[in-house]
Design a protein around this ligand. Structure first.
Ligand SMILES: Nc1ncnc2c1ncn2[C@@H]1O[C@H](COP(=O)(O)OP(=O)(O)OP(=O)(O)O)[C@@H](O)[C@H]1O
Length: 312
């Protein structure tokens, strides 16, 4: 792969606020046209990284390019070439959808403004809502309008910071369908999310813990790299069993998935040993299962902090 195939190519990025290092030695390459999921606990440094990648924050250390532009030297130019959707809705609630898009179009000095806006309204399915006040839109439509505003200037790289937080599953699915359509047209997307179903829709996943990149790869690769063993326990006794298992040696995470309990750890024998008392009980069935991406992230969260008990 040549460097020009990489939309994001940064090495050893670091950022601190005061004495606190919030991004540490972060090296990341994202090929053109890929959707890269950015995961990690709250405060792990995702937003700070995104802001360095779009030229809004200067790294303290490290170097690299986005869209071939230097993240330090070309920061001003980079800002105009990247689409950045912030976590918080940052448009005018007392302007209509069309007026918000017009504002953005003027800001970027987009040629053939009216045509560009109408085409975007059409593409995003926003035509019927064009005259509605942005503040009166539901969460899903607000996000769609924000996305429209971010891509109006036709960026080649889109940085989305938790774009679907609080949005219902149908609207989230439609939002992701749009993202996939755009990626198929060559747009590169880096998207932070806490939703596992969204992580699974990414071409690759990058996981941060405490400012460091811990693991990256496709969903399958990330699951394989975690080297965890997972057992699934079902039956009436699992709620009681969860309490006992939480403190058992070798068990690193205990997570409830509906009626089932997922019990994981890196030492397979130790987990199997801890589960032995449950074998043969008639109110619990225990079987080894393939870890899911969610099991892996719960495990990574636990590994970077303390043992977790989690309800999915
Ligand atoms: N401008 C700032 N000044 C001081 N500290 C900051 C600043 N911005 C972020 N931080 C701190 O840096 C750490 C990383 O924050 P960041 O927002 O990058 O994490 P995040 O992974 O995006 O979290 P979340 O999932 O909650 O959005 C946090 O502890 C945060 O409080």
């Amino acid at each position: 792969m040549t460097d020009t195939d990489l939309a994001i190519d940064v090495r050893h990025l670091a950022k601190r606020f005061g004495d606190r290092k919030v991004v540490k030695d972060l090296t990341l390459q994202v090929p053109v046209g890929q959707i890269c999921g950015f995961l990690g606990a709250n405060g792990s440094g995702k937003t700070t990284t995104i802001r360095m990648l779009c030229g809004l924050l200067t790294p303290d250390d490290g170097e690299g390019t986005c869209l071939g532009l230097d993240v330090r030297r070309d920061a001003m130019k980079l800002r105009t070439q990247v689409g950045y959707m912030t976590q918080k809705f940052s448009f005018y609630e007392d302007l209509t959808v069309a007026e918000n898009l017009e504002f953005v179009a003027r800001l970027y000095d987009i040629p053939n403004r009216d045509r560009a806006i109408n085409e975007m309204l059409d593409r995003m399915g926003l035509v019927d809502r064009a005259d509605q006040l942005a503040g009166q839109l539901s969460g899903g439509w607000k996000q769609r309008m924000a996305l429209a505003a971010c891509i109006l200037h036709q960026p080649k790289l889109l940085l989305l910071d938790e774009p679907t937080a609080g949005v219902d599953p149908k609207a989230r699915r439609e939002f992701w369908d749009l993202i996939h359509e755009m990626a198929a047209d060559g747009l590169t997307v880096l998207v932070s999310t806490h939703y596992m179903d969204e992580a699974e829709r990414c071409h690759r996943i990058v996981y941060l813990a405490d400012g460091r990149l811990i693991v990256q790869g496709s969903a399958e690769e990330v699951v394989a790299q975690a080297h965890i063993s997972t057992w699934r326990a079902t039956g009436h006794g699992v709620v009681e069993a969860a309490k006992l298992l939480r403190d058992a040696p070798g068990i690193e995470s205990v997570a409830a998935f509906g009626q089932a309990l997922h019990v994981s750890g890196t030492d397979r024998d130790a987990v199997a040993h801890a589960l032995e008392p449950l074998q043969g009980r008639d109110d619990i069935t225990v079987e080894e299962t393939e870890p899911t991406l969610e099991d892996v992230f719960i495990h990574l969260l636990a590994a970077s902090g303390t043992k977790t008990e989690h309800a999915a």
